[in-house]
Structure formats: structure tokens, C-alpha cells
Design a protein around this ligand. Structure first.
Ligand SMILES: NC(=O)c1ccc[n+]([C@@H]2O[C@H](COP(=O)([O-])OP(=O)(O)OC[C@H]3O[C@@H](n4cnc5c(N)ncnc54)[C@H](O)[C@@H]3O)[C@@H](O)[C@H]2O)c1
Length: 647
């Protein structure tokens, strides 16, 4: 469902709302953390002072060869041919050298002898910008392929970006967050809905005009994303279409040499997740998936506490991202009773109005809408008559749930919100390059809600190789709760709670506190509501979250902890920064793909009402369980065949 940056009202289900107790009261409660836990929990000195940044670990040996840079990401580096294309002057300025941006080995070798001189100088040349990728050939019937060169020689240190899919997420989160990045220039917006693309272009041009950058107010409104992909003046794209389009557009864009930011859930199917990982490697582009919670401090802090062993060995994790009933909010319950679980093929008639901040009914389907190229909206999905629930008329103001809950386009709550909270489980458990080995079928009752097609709504489990279990549960806060042998960490947007110390067990009192989000009653726990967090309009801005996180930093001495997780200020900013530096972003394709696989396995377990064994290395079912057909879309309509795209 609708998620937003911290600054926006979070249109999430009731539970989160109720969960948020008066923040002011909480502010004061954050203090006890150190008093109570400090003595019991692992003292700061326990933490090993050796820093270990995940990203650095990824740096392959050959990068070192190229330059003394420790942070070089060879895979992100420009291919040799790109270097050839780089103008000589780019390879110069020794002074500007920043070790971390040093060019990879390949680039050095490719550079002409005279310019190859100081390795550092090479670094200064963002050769990848010039990457002359092949133009995308794949394209359905009506539009033939493209241009020869899809990436322009844009100015150094500038990312020329286009948005594909101008619905509510692009309008309220992505465009505002990217347009304000100094290195980004928004050149175009694309939507198959005329009203939306024109409104988005206006939004961009108005921003530039209002901010005294009228020269940049030349944003084009484009109907067909292939015209973006084949436009050599554009170096990066930001994709925020419905889920069924993500992988195709992302792979086509990488193939054409663009860097890509793609919204979560990264893919519609598990096969697409595999293809996108392959494409990222093959085309060597900067890729950021929209796992934006990784850029939020509370989630990083939670995962740092877990990954550094402060709660001992994690035995199980509860992920609540959509449960059988939105029982905590009458308003939502009235419309969206029993939201959660897998996507379903039925539609209901309520939408979250992000502008008004409340649910409202919407009209039933009606006549065709000339503003929308419906065939393009459907893309690879099976043909279906125009639906003004899936593609609501006019400028986006809803988080449209209809396509999210339609199996042909969306991935249900498991994909919509699971992509966020399962991702935090994945980060906290260090699963970015692996996954579960077993999926256990839910034992809950089958839903009798006609919208659910008889499917169970929660209760499935992922089992990891070491026996740790991740539960999809309706229990507890909307978010992720890690249970370790020496403590518990509960985290959601705007709140974090930690219990540590030898005898800390998930007692009834603690479980009740988690369930009710009433952390303020617990001594060794902190809780906070941020700016306009949740639905509760009475919530005021306060600094309790920051204070709480500062407390944890100090208490656990996180700055000196052995495992240092990637630190990003903002998902979109990190992407733009990495487009310039060519470093790996916080959520590269594999992160998004791996969590999409979790979401897919979760859905599958409910849809086919079964458990199965899983091989996370090959991304296949194991031990004769499951059916490979479940992993893919059987037919890609109208020539939008992603398998053919990645040749
Ligand atoms: N990170 C988050 O917290 C967050 C929050 C909300 C949405 N999202 C994600 O963003 C994506 C968009 O969600 P939304 O709520 O904005 O949906 P939306 O329906 O409001 O917007 C999707 C837009 O894509 C357009 N579109 C469809 N097919 C297209 C095509 N072939 N070419 C160009 N445009 C096309 C539609 O016309 C529509 O305007 C989804 O993947 C969703 O999961 C992420």
C-alpha cells in the first residue's frame, strides 16, 4: 500500500496508526534505555572497533590493481569501450582525485598510454557517462527499435534523468526528491496517460521556474517509454509504473546504457528477479531499487544492532506488512476489511486519497479513457478492458490499490509492503545474496472473505539454512521484529524499540507491548513518532526518534561496531550520488531482486496453499517440491517478452 517519505502522511493501515502512542509522552520515555539496558546489555567496549563496511567488501581485487582506491566497485565501472569514448580532457585533473572514485583496472588499461599516467587522474574521468550502450531492440509490434546510441555525452557530474510512470509515487516522492539534487536535471517525464505526463512536466518546469532555474524548465512530456530509452540526452531513468512493467523497462533501460532507479517491488515474478540481476551484471549500470527504508536511520540502526550481535543469535523474525484484518482502524476496516496476504483477482471500491488523507470510495469502471494508452498500460499482461480503477482518471491522487491486488499487474500486500519489511529482515539477517531454504505453509484458517479467493492471509514462514525463521504474521507492530537469544529489536517507520540483556525473553508483557506498540510502558524501550507520522493528525513534530537513535548509537557504540552497514542519506540522493561517483548504491539490483523473490515465494505459498523447499543459489525449487511454472509469467503479451530482451 501507499508508502511515503517521512515527511508525508503515511497511508498505511490502521495498525500503524493506533500503534503510535502520543509521541510527546514517548520522548520522555526514550531516556530510560540506557539506564535499564545499559547495565545488562553488551557494554560498548564489547564492540570491536574494526570498521567493516559492506560495500567495501564487495570491491573486487582487480579494482585495487587499477588504483589504490579501497572503495572501487569494479562492476559498476565503465566498460572498457566507454573509456575509449571518453574525451581526453576528462582524464586529467590530478587534484580532483578522490580515492574512492578511482577508475577500475579495465578503464586504466583502456586509456591511451599518455593519458593513462596517474591512476588517480583516470578516476576523475567519469567514463561511464559516455557509455555508448547499444540501443534497445526489443519492442512490440507497433514501435520499431531505436536509435544507435542511447546515452549522451552529458556534462560531467550531471545526471540527466527521466521519470517513467507519473502516478502518485512519482509525483509526491520521486520527482520532489530527485529534482532537488544538485547533480540531477530532469529532462523528461513519461506516462501512457496524457493528463499525468503533462501534469508531471508542468510540475518539473514549475519547480525550475520557481527556483530560479528557468533555463532548465524544458522538461518534455513523452508518451512511449521507448522514446526515453532511446534518447541519448538522457543518462538515467526513474521507473514508477505498476509492478508488471518494472523489470522490462529497467532491463531495456540498462541495455540502452541508462542508470536505473526502479521502484519496489522490483519485479513481478521470480524469473524477472533473476533476469534483472543478470542484466545489472551484464550491462554494468548503476542500479538502485526502491528499498527506501534502508536509507532511514531507524532501520539502519535496528539492523546494525542485530548484525553486530547485540541481541545474540536471531532465532526468529516477525514481519507484519499486511495482515488478515485492519482491526485497529474502523475507517479502513469498513472498506478494506481483510487486506493483506497475496494479491487477488477481485477489485474493491475504496482508495486511499493521499491528498485528502483519508479513504474514499471511487466510482466503478466506466467508459474508455482517451487520455490513456490502455494497451501500453497493460503491456505484457493479458488483455483486459480498460479499468478506471487500475488507471484512475486524471492526475494521480490515490495510491491505487486495484492494480496492486490484481494478480495480473500487482503482487498484493506481500509485494507492496513485504518489499519494505521483508527487506529489513533480509538486511538484518544478512541475506542480500542468499535466501531461505524452505517455505512452510500457513496453518491459519482459509479466508472466507470473497475478495481473497479462499486463500489464507498470513502465517507462512521462511526457514533459513541455520534454522532461523521469518514469520509473515499479523502480530505486533507494522514492521519488523527480530528476536535474539539476548534481546529483541522492533522497528517500523518512525519508531524503534530495543530490549537487551541476558535474561531478556519475549515475555507476555514484551509481546503485548510490541503488539500494541505501547513501548512507553516498557523501561528499556524507546519509541517515537516523527513528523506527521501515521494517520493521527494530533501527532506533532518531536525529536524523540532522533534522541532515541542517538541513545542507541552511544549505548551500543555503533560507530565503532564491527559491522558497519551502508549509510545513505536518502534513497534518491544516494542514487544520484552514485550515478556520479559510480559507486554501488545502497540497494543495487540484487537487493531488490532478492526481496522480490521473498515476496514472490510468500505469495506462492498462499496462492498454491503449500510449502516447498527452495534453492536460493539457483533460485529454483528443491527436492522435487513446487512447480517451476509458478516462477514466471507464462506469456508476455504483444511482444513485450522480457526473455527476448536480455539477449
Ligand atoms: N517506495 C515506496 O514506498 C512506494 C510507495 C508507493 C508506490 N511505490 C511503487 O511505485 C510504483 C507506482 O505506484 P503508484 O502508487 O505511483 O501507482 P500509480 O498507478 O499511481 O502510477 C503508475 C503510473 O504508471 C503509468 N504507467 C503504466 N504503464 C506505463 C507505461 N508502459 N509507460 C509509462 N507509464 C505507465 C500509469 O499511467 C500511472 O500513471 C509501484 O511499483 C509501487 O509499488 C513505492
Amino acid at each position: 500500500m501507499a508508502e511515503k517519505t517521512k515527511k508525508k502522511a503515511a497511508p498505511k493501515p490502521a495498525k500503524a496508526v493506533k500503534a503510535a502512542p502520543a509521541k510527546k509522552a514517548e520522548v520522555k520515555k526514550t531516556a530510560p534505555v540506557k539506564k535499564v539496558e545499559a547495565k545488562k546489555a553488551a557494554p560498548a567496549k564489547k564492540a570491536a572497533p574494526v570498521k567493516k563496511v559492506e560495500v567495501k567488501k564487495a570491491a573486487p581485487a582487480k579494482a585495487v590493481k587499477a588504483a589504490p582506491a579501497k572503495k572501487v566497485e569494479v562492476k559498476k565501472a565503465a566498460p572498457a569501450k566507454a573509456v575509449k569514448a571518453a574525451p581526453a580532457k576528462k582524464a586529467a585533473p590530478v587534484k580532483k582525485v578522490e580515492v574512492k572514485k578511482a577508475a577500475p583496472a579495465k578503464a586504466v588499461k583502456a586509456a591511451p598510454a599518455k593519458k593513462a599516467a596517474p591512476a588517480k587522474a583516470v578516476k576523475a574521468a567519469p567514463a561511464k557517462k559516455a557509455a555508448p550502450a547499444k540501443a534497445v531492440k526489443a519492442a512490440p509490434a507497433k514501435k520499431a527499435a531505436p536509435a544507435k546510441k542511447a546515452v549522451a555525452k552529458v556534462a560531467e557530474k550531471q545526471v540527466t534523468i527521466a521519470f517513467i510512470g507519473c502516478g502518485i509515487q512519482a509525483k509526491t516522492v520521486l520527482i520532489p526528491n530527485i529534482i532537488k539534487q544538485k547533480s540531477a536535471v530532469v529532462k523528461a517525464v513519461c506516462d501512457c496517460d496524457k493528463v499525468r505526463r503533462e501534469a508531471a512536466a508542468e510540475q518539473v518546469n514549475k519547480y525550475y521556474t520557481d527556483n530560479k532555474k528557468a533555463k532548465l524548465a524544458t522538461c518534455k512530456a513523452v508518451a512511449d517509454f521507448r522514446d526515453i530509452i532511446n534518447d541519448p540526452s538522457i543518462s538515467a531513468v526513474c521507473i514508477a509504473t505498476p509492478d508488471h512493467w518494472h523489470a522490462y523497462i529497467a532491463i531495456a533501460a540498462m541495455k540502452a546504457g541508462k542508470d536505473v532507479y526502479c521502484e519496489k517491488p522490483l519485479t513481478y515474478s521470480i524469473e524477472e528477479a533473476q533476469l534483472i540481476m543478470k542484466a545489472e551484471k551484464k550491462y554494468n549500470r548503476i542500479f538502485q531499487s526502491g528499498s527506501m527504508q534502508r536509507s532511514w536511520r531507524e532501520f539502519r540502526t535496528a539492523c546494525m544492532i542485530v548484525r553486530n550481535g547485540f541481541i545474540g543469535d536471531v532465532k526468529y523474525v516477525d514481519c507484519n506488512y499486511g495482515n488478515a484484518s485492519a482491526q485497529n482502524n474502523k475507517e479502513i476496516e469498513k472498506f478494506n476489511a481483510n487486506l493483506g496476504g497475496p494479491s487477488h483477482p477481485h477489485r474493491f471500491f475504496c482508495q486511499w486519497d493521499a491528498i485528502a488523507g483519508k479513504n474514499q470510495t471511487v466510482k466503478a469502471e466506466s467508459a474508455p479513457n482517451d487520455d490513456v494508452d490502455w494497451d501500453m498500460w497493460l503491456g505484457p499482461a493479458p488483455w483486459s478492458p480498460y479499468s478506471d480503477q487500475c488507471a484512475p482518471r486524471g492526475v494521480a491522487k490515490f495510491y491505487p490499490m486495484f492494480w496492486r491486488f490484481d494478480d495480473n499487474y500487482g503482487t498484493g500486500y506481500n509485494g507492496d509492503w513485504g518489499a519494505h519489511h521483508l527487506d529489513i529482515a533480509q538486511w538484518g539477517l544478512d541475506l542480500d545474496k542468499s535466501g531461505p531454504v524452505k517455505i512452510v505453509c500457513s496453518k491459519e484458517a482459509h479466508s472466507t472473505n470473497p475478495l481473497h479467493g479462499g486463500r489464507r492471509q498470513f502465517g507462512m514462514q521462511f526457514v533459513l539454512e541455520n534454522g532461523t525463521v521469518i514469520n509473515h504474521t499479523p502480530f505486533g507492530i507494522w514492521g519488523t521484529v527480530f528476536y535474539g537469544t539476548k534481546g529483541i529489536v522492533a522497528v517500523n517507520r518512525g519508531c524503534i524499540a530495543v530490549w537487551v540483556g541476558k535474561g531478556v525473553k519475549p515475555t507476555a508483557a514484551i509481546r503485548k507491548a510490541i503488539a500494541e506498540n505501547k513501548f512507553d510502558k516498557m523501561k528499556c524501550v524507546a519509541f517515537c513518532g516523527g513528523v506527521k507520522y501515521g494517520f493521527d493528525p494530533t501527532q506533532k513534530k518531536d525529536d524523540s526518534l532522533t534522541a532515541t537513535l542517538d541513545t542507541f548509537d552511544k549505548y551500543f557504540d555503533l560507530a565503532n561496531a564491527k559491522v558497519q552497514l551502508y549509510k545513505s542519506p536518502l534513497q534518491e540522493q544516494n542514487f544520484i550520488d552514485c550515478c556520479i561517483s559510480r559507486e554501488t548504491p545502497i540497494s543495487p539490483a540484487e537487493v531488490g531482486a532478492r526481496v522480490s523473490i521473498l515476496c514472490g515465494l510468500c505469495n506462492m505459498s498462499y496462492v498454491y496453499d503449500t510449502g516447498f523447499d527452495w534453492d536460493p543459489v539457483n533460485c529454483t525449487f528443491a527436492n522435487g517440491t513446487g512447480d517451476p511454472a509458478w516462477l514466471k509469467r507464462a506469456v508476455y503479451r504483444n511482444g513485450w517478452d522480457i526473455r527476448a530482451l536480455l539477449d
